[in-house]
Each structure stands twice: as structure tokens, then as C-alpha cells.
Design a protein around this ligand. Structure first.
Ligand code: SAM
Length: 346
């Protein structure tokens, strides 16, 4: 039985290249060759050697720890990996999707599988050798959109995640990272050339960073209320080298949103976004600009409620509204959609 400990040590045997094939076959026969890792070539004492990945110490060879292992992606599904270890009725409830955020896997597991969450976590780590931690997701709560998550295997919940040519540092147990918004984030990231942008609910920089990286904006004001997210926002601005373009502001956008400056305002928050509509519209330049207003809307009200809310707020400020587009981002709850409305306000 191969233990997690031995696999995590990434052991190899270092063998001269002429003997490598013979030894590799022997290791394969004795089931000691680690099929998840790649064989590497190294020069030892001026001669070519191969590092054969192994799952345990092989006494007849020199064993070395590989600090920079290279892995093959696993092609076996989670269900296949668990099929010998759990009964069919549990197997049927095993999730078929999860999120990989940097080196962390985030998975929602039904209550009925509570007794085998550790096993599920271990199998996922086997499937994704680059990952170090698996956390169970139990939803997102409150105004700060804080995730409820617990570690079920491995360790290390702070990670670096690459997306759309940007790098995001975050702790998946402390701040949310929504992959469902990827198309929207890509769209925003190419929309703001030479513009002044206000991102009212900036989080860790989900919109501000890609806009700064891809769109050559004039300037972005990124507002965030949660000090933990704000800390990551500051770090992500530096990590992506956009400190000359993005100005982070810690505070409530109801209080700190600037007025009359923006060509484009992003209101990327759901729940009570409409409470901030007047602030969002006031942030636009006097001659007008574009508002991206997010909302969670019951299916039946999809085309009316967010549009009416924008129109009413604009009317209150003596402005006109032209609806450019309404996009469904994702299902938020049964019968409820996360939508974005793009509106030209003049
Ligand atoms: C849903 S997250 C950002 C998500 C991001 N736009 C995305 O698409 O993944 C919303 C952020 O708004 C912040 N927030 C909530 N209320 C706020 C307020 N009144 N002022 C500023 N930020 C606020 C939360 O802390 C959270 O980080």
C-alpha cells in the first residue's frame, strides 16, 4: 500500500541512461513506478542519468527527492478512482464537477457523503498532483460574500490563481472567487480602452485587474469594503504590475464613490446592488457613460426589474437611460438569475 506521505515526497531513483529501460521495466513490474510523474533527464558526474519516479524507497537504488516534480494529468474520473472503495449508492452521489483555484480544489459534497469527505479529498489530490489542498464548499454568505469552506484533505488555502492572463492571490476560505463570471470578466477586460473606470465592488480585483492588464484604461478606481479582500486587491494590483493604473480605496461605496469622473461604472455585486444605483450613476461624467449593473432577479422579472430600477434611478437624477444589453451570467438559485444590464446613461 502506497501512503500519501511517500507520494508527497516525490521520490525518484537516479539511474545511468543505459540501464534506465531495464530498471524502469523492473519498477513497473513491481508496481513501484509512479505513473503520475514524468521521467526526467539529468547530468550526474558529467554523464546522462534518468530520474525514474517511484512510489516508495527502493533499497537497491539511490533514492532522491524531486523538489520540482512534473506530473501527467490524471485521466481517471473521481467516480472511477472511488469505484472500488465505496458502495454503488454512494458512488451515484459523487459530484462530477468542482473548481480548481490555483493549487486548491473547491468542491460541494452532499450531506449524505459526510463520512467519506476525506477519502474524496484524497482522491482529488491524486487526480490533480499540482494541487495541495481540497476544501468543501458550503455556500457564500452575507454582504461581504464570504465563503463557508472547510479543508477536507491536504493544506494551504492561500493560493495564486491564473486567469485570462492575470494572476490573483487569494485565500479560498476567506474570499470568494467566482469562475462562473469568466465570460463577463473577459468582456469587461476589453471594454475600457482610454477610459476612466469605477469598480464599486472590486473584491480582490476580479474586474479591475483584467481591465488594467488588457484594456489600457486611463485610470481605475477600485472600491472594496472588506479589509481582507482589500488586502488581496492591493497585492493583486502589485502582482500584475498595474499600480500606475488602479487606485484601490477601502470603504463603503455608498460613501466613497467619486462623482462625475467615470466613462464606465461596474456594479459587480448581487443582493442589494440597487441600493447603490444613485452612487453608480453619479460617478459617471456629466456628459454620460456606461453602467454595468448586476442583480439577482427572479426569472419572471428578468426583463423588467433591473431595467426599471436603473431607469428610475437615472430619472431621479435627471438622466436618460438607453438599455444596451441584458446578459444572464448564471443561475443563482432555483428560478433566480444573476443578470447584468449594460445601460448608457446620458
Ligand atoms: C461579489 S464580490 C465581487 C465579485 C466579483 N465582481 C466577481 O465577479 O467575482 C462583491 C464584493 O463587494 C464587496 N462589497 C459589498 N458591499 C460593499 C460596499 N457597500 N462597498 C464596497 N464594497 C462592497 C464585498 O466585500 C465583495 O468583495
Amino acid at each position: 500500500m502506497v501512503t500519501d506521505m511517500q507520494i508527497q515526497q516525490n521520490l525518484t531513483v537516479c539511474v545511468p541512461i543505459e540501464e534506465a529501460e531495464f530498471i524502469r521495466t523492473k519498477l513497473l513490474e513491481s508496481k513501484s513506478l509512479d505513473m503520475n510523474r514524468k521521467i526526467k533527464k539529468v547530468i550526474e558526474n558529467g554523464k546522462e542519468h534518468l530520474l525514474l519516479p517511484v512510489t516508495k524507497v527502493i533499497p537497491e537504488h539511490i533514492c532522491l527527492k524531486d523538489d520540482t516534480p512534473e506530473f501527467y494529468e490524471s485521466h481517471r474520473s473521481l467516480k472511477e478512482l472511488l469505484s472500488d472503495e465505496i458502495p454503488a449508492q454512494e458512488l451515484a452521489k459523487i459530484p462530477s464537477s468542482w473548481q480548481v483555484i490555483g493549487t486548491v480544489i473547491v468542491i460541494t459534497i452532499p450531506e449524505e457523503l459526510n463520512d467519506i469527505v476525506t477519502l474524496i479529498g484524497q482522491k482529488l489530490l491524486q487526480m490533480y498532483p499540482r494541487c495541495t489542498c481540497v476544501v468543501r464548499d458550503k455556500g457564500i454568505k452575507g454582504a461581504f460574500r464570504l465563503p463557508e469552506r472547510e479543508i477536507i484533505a491536504g493544506s494551504g488555502t492561500e493560493t495564486l490563481h491564473k486567469e485570462n492572463g492575470c494572476i490573483f492571490k487569494l485565500d479560498v476560505t476567506k474570499v470568494m472567487f467566482s469562475k462562473g463570471n469568466l465570460a463577463e470578466k473577459k468582456l469587461m477586460s476589453i471594454s475600457a480602452s482610454n477610459e476612466f473606470v469605477v469598480d464599486m465592488f472590486a473584491g480582490i480585483g476580479y474586474f479591475s485587474v483584467p481591465i488594467a492588464v488588457h484594456s489600457s484604461p486611463k485610470k481605475i478606481i477600485a472600491i472594496e469594503l472588506n479589509p481582507v479582500s482589500f488586502g488581496y486587491l492591493q497585492e493583486n494590483i502589485l502582482l500584475n504590475h498595474v499600480e500606475n493604473l488602479v487606485e484601490p480605496i477601502l470603504g463603503d461605496c455608498a460613501d466613497v464613490t467619486p462623482e462625475g469622473v467615470a466613462d464606465r461604472v461596474i456594479m459587480g455585486y448581487v443582493g442589494t446592488t440597487h441600493h447603490y444605483l444613485l452612487n453608480g450613476i453619479r460617478a459617471l461624467k456629466p456628459e454620460g457613460g456606461v453602467l454595468h449593473y448586476h442583480e439577482t432577479t427572479p426569472e419572471k422579472l428578468l426583463l423588467e426589474r433591473p431595467v426599471n430600477r436603473i431607469k428610475e434611478a437615472a430619472f431621479h437624477l435627471g438622466k436618460n437611460t438607453e438599455i444596451v444589453e441584458i446578459r444572464r451570467i448564471k443561475k443563482y438559485a432555483p428560478g433566480v438569475w444573476h443578470v447584468v444590464v449594460d445601460a448608457k446613461i446620458t
